[in-house]
Ligand binder design. Structure first.
Ligand code: GLC
Length: 434
């Protein structure tokens, strides 16, 4: 078996906590929402039962109103900040109080499609469908109360692109008063110049404090939040998930909700028309408080391809941007346009390459018949993984690995891109305490 695959399997098995997988030891010791979706996709190439289990563990964190939290704190690890005591959420298992890009339906569709154990796969889909429907209903009801088809995020962490320069102006509105004492642990594990600056971190925590003070009340938090943004990446992932959800309900003859899903798809497609910036040939996020497009071209602007949103002529305009970015970097896809003054090649989401984003962009391009570009991104990504290991992110100029080490979603995507038939995966045997 090829060694990249073997090493990837080892990372996932070492990060396995008997049923769920942490993104990276020390830095992220809990279960993260969209991480687990990528991880399940990778795990499914070697052990599909373990993949279903990953998602079942994630859903243990789902709130009664449908919200799927961004972190599930299955067992307390005092080294992580902000832990369950800062979020103050009354749920068992404890969770954070915000969500993340809703990749779950897509993960389930792709795992179901390739599953060898058809019986278990169908049972899993039937088990998960009502929960995903509840999640999407929550997103549209609570985060798009005006029915624009585009859902809002109330915290940069909900975008999954936490420290993106696209959030700078919106985040600057957040006032920092005496909030929870900040005990950052991330900069103890990763050089500070690869992590968010303190002033941003203070605002992230101020937003958490406000959400907690409002007891995460859906309408009050939406109205009161100083940060309210339509993230182009989040909405693209949602639209792709809607389409995968529609496919799944047809596959298993689960007709409840079908018309509703079709309605979401139509509304979100219309919403995306307002995010297209014809001047630059790119999709942009939107600041809902200032009611203005955010003219910072990040790699999330390519994610509508993943949801087959752009027409083929728009896709071509986007490829012209990608070509420009490629001419200024050695490794695709940087998280920010390298000619943008905010570009920082080493800092978290402000320039580096992320393998999970690359996978989604490449998947999208494949669907547009731009297979040569998809292949180039895949090739660049596999080179980074082979040369610098399974890191959290990579310098787009010299390919140096950055951020967390032995990173689960990077390993999972190596498996996805290198499907191997014979499993050699042994999850740990220890019992989870709860
Ligand atoms: C960082 C990333 C986020 C990810 C988390 C765990 O916070 O920005 O997208 O889910 O790490 O890997």
């Amino acid at each position: 078996m090829n060694t990249l695959v073997q090493r990837a399997i080892k990372v996932l098995s070492d990060n396995d906590r008997n049923g769920y997988t942490i993104p990276s030891a020390k830095l992220y010791p809990y279960q993260w929402n969209w991480d687990s979706c990528f991880i399940a996709l990778g795990l499914a190439t070697v052990d599909e039962h373990r993949a279903w289990r990953e998602l079942r563990f994630l859903l243990r964190g789902q709130w009664p109103d449908g919200m799927l939290p961004h972190i599930v704190f299955h067992r307390v690890d005092p080294t992580y900040f902000p832990g369950p005591e800062v979020w103050g959420v009354d749920h068992s298992p404890p969770t954070s109080g915000i969500t993340q890009p809703p990749l779950l339906a897509t993960a389930i569709r792709l795992i179901h499609e390739k599953a060898r154990d058809r019986h278990t796969a169908k049972r899993a889909v039937l088990e998960f469908l009502p929960k995903i429907l509840a999640y999407h209903r929550w997103l549209y009801r609570v985060r798009d109360p005006e029915g624009t088809g585009l859902v809002a995020i109330l915290h940069p962490w909900e975008s999954g692109l936490d420290n993106s320069p696209a959030w700078d102006e919106s985040l600057a509105r957040v006032e920092v008063r005496n909030g929870s004492p900040i005990r950052r642990s991330d900069t103890g594990y990763v050089p500070p110049d690869e992590r968010p600056q303190q002033q941003d971190y203070d605002r992230y925590l101020a937003l958490v404090d406000q959400l907690r003070r409002l007891s995460y009340h859906p309408t009050r938090t939406y109205a009161a939040s100083a940060f309210r943004v339509v993230c182009v990446g989040f909405n693209a992932v949602l639209q792709r998930a809607n389409k995968d959800l529609l496919h799944l309900v047809d596959q298993v003859n689960f007709h409840e909700g079908k018309a509703e899903i079709e309605g979401w798809i139509a509304r979100t497609a219309a919403g995306f028309e307002t995010l297209w910036d014809a001047g630059t040939g790119f999709y942009l996020s939107l600041d809902l408080i200032g009611n203005s497009p955010i003219s910072v071209p990040t790699s999330a602007g390519f994610l509508p391809l993943f949801a087959a949103i752009p027409s083929s002529s728009r896709a071509l305009a986007m490829l012209a941007r990608l070509e420009e970015w490629a001419s200024r970097t050695q490794h695709l896809v940087p998280s920010l346009d390298p000619s943008n003054p905010r570009f920082e090649r080493k800092r978290y989401w402000r320039g580096p390459v992320w393998i999970n984003i690359n996978w989604m962009i490449a998947e999208g391009l494949q669907g547009y018949d731009h297979a040569q570009w998809a292949e180039r991104i895949r090739h660049d990504s596999l080179n980074l993984l082979a040369g610098a290991g399974f890191r959290e992110f990579y310098d787009p100029m010299d390919g140096v690995g950055l951020g967390g080490e032995r990173f689960s979603w990077s390993a999972a995507i190596a498996l996805l891109w290198n499907r191997q038939p014979e499993p050699d995966y042994h999850p740990p045997q220890t019992k989870c305490p709860q």
